[in-house]
Design a protein around this ligand. Structure first.
Ligand code: SF4
Length: 764
């Protein structure tokens, strides 16, 4: 029995601001999880679903990519995992009658929060050119529309195929195969906007764009640095891993512009101390760094390590490791010794005392893990920053041994898996050779468009068909007004989705919504019930098996949609691909993956082992570094100090606690003291005073960029908050309008969403 979604779109009419919290989780996390679950699913369905998530024979949480521990708790999920599951398994439905009631213009005027609460899509819908309404369409008619529009293109490069990190390995593999058979590498993905800087820096320095640690390494570390990451909201089960590490004596340094509750203390609801007591203090030393100051901090650490080695030769730097496994040490060391303390202090906003105190922790630790997320990857100098982190770990051989290594924590549940499956606009030759050999064709070689380039191409009319496998592209992308115009400039936009979102309202002249099964739902194909696979942030590949009855009989799985679309769109005289067989039995897809992608040999057998299997990682497993030098590469990085004109601030876009990427679960951000509202701007009280503003005063935020375009986010309530001087923060997607499309990280082309120069004006 379908449930009616709340009609009202409250906006910030009930906004309340209170003090931020100094701890995460606890009993409120349990009550919040149950409240969200009950509101969307009711009691019985909540129990069935929540007790299946992240279990060995259950389904993988559609939230973040944090790995499963060997031993699973009966409740193996966090508060935000429960919200993610509840959103997908909701009993609310969006069918033809909803679209008859709501023209696109109405939907476009709604908040992301309201759109997301409407529920699961039930039928394929089509918006013909010239119409402001979606109407029901049959699957075959839908695929015929796609085929027709793709065939009218002058080149396959006039189409782009986006992937959000929720797509399964099997869906991602057949998707990239279809797109490459079509003849293009235009395969942008959400990774382009999040961890691309990590991939670029790691591929260059250690030869593989993935983190080198396993969960056990966190437990065994002496020191864990959590940098530019807010695990309490974005990877909550990581707090359990940090707590276990603390139990074993690890020290934790957190480096973040904001004193996030989840960094300070964890009240684990699975422990009596977390329910009745004060929980576990996590961070031993908190460094409240300026936005973009992390490169300088690691350059300072590296200089100090070299100086400590000079003072006591053979006691600090691991020369054996450096000699045996690295390249470029001398140039790096010469450069590092010249690091300017003035620049370090200006860039970090930290005192020399704080940096020295942290350095003593570094010096005292043998095994070090560095964890990071968007706080490192979304700046113009993000790639050099992450290269500096690698320098830091290479100096003491902290790669390829237990208790040590690199830990970029992925945001979306299978974003790493999708990239492994070939979802990449810059595929390497070896992958294309293997794919071509397996399917008997010559894949396209020229690199395609990433996310930012795809927006440029749609804006300029060079991309006319945009297909999205999951996600909410328009809300995830930067420069919202421009991106909306670019999407509306397309002849056809196609969204393969589970739930209603803004990307359905901001559409091309023609538009299709293709509703698919969710991760929680049983996937029955002609060969029987199917399971999919995902790869977590630490390279573990495992099965996911949905349990619930589909939200509608008209849904198809991601794999089925792609296989039928490919069958309809590709020319009949192309290489024979058994799309129907793939749709019928995913084992057949996995057999092909096993022959094309290294590390997946005997895929079907190995993935059926409890917990799945680990993919090879040469630096971690053998201290072998498949780089251009065949060694781990030290690098020399020009220090980039972010300087802001007088009276301006540096803004970072952030998530609230009731949010996952662009999905808004609720209007609270209880860890930061925000209730029932989202248009808030966190500013240091002294900066408010310097701007002549009182707390609570409404302002317009205006970003300033070299293109001279005015980008304005109106009517934000100022909140006095403990941010570093000169730095402020506000939620996305509301502030993505302020991020200029051309403001991207060097090398990775990732939007610089963590360091935008803004001015504040009295609200108009
Ligand atoms: S930590 Fe991430 S993957 Fe795990 S339950 Fe929470 S949201 Fe889901």
């Amino acid at each position: 029995m379908a449930r009616k979604a709340p009609a009202e779109d409250p906006g910030d009419s009930r906004l309340r601001v209170g003090p931020p919290k100094d701890h995460a989780a606890g009993v409120p996390a349990v009550t919040s999880s149950l409240r969200h679950a009950h509101a969307q699913m009711g009691v019985r369905r909540s129990l069935l679903t929540l007790l299946s998530v992240n279990q060995k024979s259950g389904f993988d949480c559609p939230g973040c990519a944090w790995p499963e521990p060997g031993h699973r708790h009966r409740a193996e999920f966090c508060e935000n995992g429960a919200k993610a599951v509840a959103e997908e398994a909701t009993l609310r439905r969006v069918g033809p009658s909803f679209f008859a009631e709501h023209p696109l213009a109405d939907l476009a005027a709604r908040s992301d929060y309201w759109l997301g609460r409407q529920g699961r899509l039930t039928h394929p819908m089509y918006r013909p050119a010239g119409s402001d309404h979606y109407r029901p369409v049959s699957w075959d008619e839908a695929f015929a529309v796609v085929a027709r529009e793709l065939r009218t293109l002058d080149s396959p490069d006039e189409a782009a195929f986006y992937t959000s990190g929720r797509a399964s390995n099997e869906a991602a593999f057949v998707y990239q195969l279809f797109v490459r058979l079509l003849g293009t590498n235009n395969l942008p993905d959400c990774s382009n906007m999040c961890h691309e800087s990590s991939g670029s820096a790691l591929t260059e320095t250690i030869g593989i764009g993935k983190g080198s640690v396993r969960l056990e390494d966190l437990y065994e570390a002496d020191l864990i640095l959590v940098v530019g990451q807010n695990p309490g909201t974005n990877h909550p089960r990581m707090l359990s891993a940090l707590e276990t590490a603390k139990d074993r004596g690890a020290r934790i340094i957190s480096v973040n512009p904001l004193p996030e509750a989840g960094l300070l203390r964890f009240k684990n609801p699975q422990r009596p101390s977390g329910v009745l007591g004060g929980g576990t203090r996590l961070t031993d030393l908190f460094l409240q760094i300026r936005l973009g100051g992390d490169q300088a901090l690691f350059q300072a650490f590296n200089r100090m390590l070299l100086e400590a080695e000079d003072d006591a030769p053979g006691t600090v730097v691991d020369h054996d490791f450096i000699t045996a496994h690295t390249h470029g040490f001398e140039d790096f060391a010469d450069w590092a010794r010249k690091t300017s303390w003035d620049d370090v202090l200006e860039a970090t906003g930290l005192s020399a005392r704080e940096i020295r105190e942290a350095f003593q922790e570094v010096l005292a630790a043998e095994k070090i893990v560095v964890c990071w997320a968007m706080g490192l990857t979304q700046h113009r100098h993000s790639v050099p920053t992450i290269r500096e982190v690698v320098n830091f770990l290479l100096l003491r051989g902290n790669i390829g041994r237990p208790g040590a290594g690199l830990c970029p924590v992925r945001g979306h549940s299978n974003v790493q898996g999708d990239r492994t499956m070939g979802i990449y606009e810059k595929p390497d030759a070896a992958f294309l050779d293997a794919l071509g050999a397996e399917f008997g064709f010559e894949p396209p070689r020229p690199h395609g468009h990433d996310a930012v380039d795809t927006i440029r191409a749609m804006r300029d009319g060079r991309v006319r068909v945009f297909v999205a496998l999951g996600g909410n592209f328009v809300s995830a992308a930067p420069d919202t007004d421009l991106t909306e115009r670019a999407l509306r400039n397309c002849e056809l936009t196609v969204q393969i989705s589970t739930k209603l979102n803004r990307s359905h309202a901001v559409a091309g002249r023609q538009a299709l919504i293709l509703p698919c099964l969710g991760r929680t739902e049983a996937d029955l194909r002609s060969a029987g019930e199917q399971q999919v696979t995902v790869e977590d942030s630490m390279g573990m590949v495992h099965l996911s098996r949905g349990r619930l009855a589909p939200a509608s009989d008209s849904l198809l799985s991601e794999v089925a949609i792609i296989c039928r679309m490919a069958d309809a769109a590709l020319v009949s005289d192309g290489p024979p691909v058994p799309w129907a067989d793939f749709e019928a039995d995913y084992d057949r897809i996995r057999d092909r993956i096993a022959r094309v992608i290294p590390g997946f040999e005997d895929f079907n057998a190995r993935v059926r082992a409890p917990g799945g299997f680990a993919l090879p990682h040469p630096p971690r497993d053998e201290r072998r570094f498949p780089t251009r030098t065949g060694r781990a590469n030290f690098s020399v990085n020009q220090l980039d100090v972010l300087r802001v004109p007088a009276g301006r601030l540096l803004l970072q876009t952030i998530r609230s606690h009731d949010q996952y990427n662009t999905t808004i679960y609720g209007l609270d951000d209880r860890y930061r003291g925000i209730h029932q509202g989202r248009r808030v701007l966190f500013v240091h009280p002294d900066d408010l005073a310097a701007q002549g503003l009182a707390e609570g005063e409404p302002v317009d935020i205006v970003s300033e960029f070299s293109d001279g375009v005015e980008r304005r986010a109106p009517a934000f309530r100022t909140v006095a908050y403990p941010t570093p001087r000169g730095c402020c923060a506000a939620y996305f997607p509301e502030t993505n309008v302020l991020v200029p499309l051309d403001s991207t990280a060097d090398i990775s082309n990732t939007p610089t969403s963590k360091s935008i120069v803004v001015r504040l004006e009295a609200a108009r």
